[in-house]
Design a protein around this ligand. Structure first.
Ligand SMILES: [Zn+2]
Length: 86
């Protein structure tokens, strides 16, 4: 018996290709997820090339924005403390 590459995994963001039902938590068998609503077997496909890189780039941009905000806030707080001590 051959097993699919994704068998046993339970993806959180899967959607039934037939009815759109959210399949989060359903287990992959033979690289398919059975929809509990319509019983359609949706094939599991790897993300398209570049999708992971785009997600990582977006996460890094968001991290950089938060890091910049944190640096500005800390610097402003230090200036405020220095001014209050004068
Ligand atoms: Zn369905």
């Amino acid at each position: 018996m051959t097993r699919g590459a994704y068998d046993g995994l339970t993806p959180r963001h899967a959607v039934c290709e037939a009815c759109g039902h959210h399949l989060g938590g359903a287990e992959i068998r033979d690289d398919h997820i059975r929809c509990p609503e319509c019983a359609h077997d949706s094939p599991v496909r790897p993300p398209p090339p570049g999708a992971r890189d785009a997600t990582l780039a977006a996460l890094r941009r968001r991290r950089d924005v938060f890091r910049t905000i944190a640096v500005v806030l800390v610097a402003g707080l230090m200036i405020l403390i220095a001014l209050l001590r004068l």
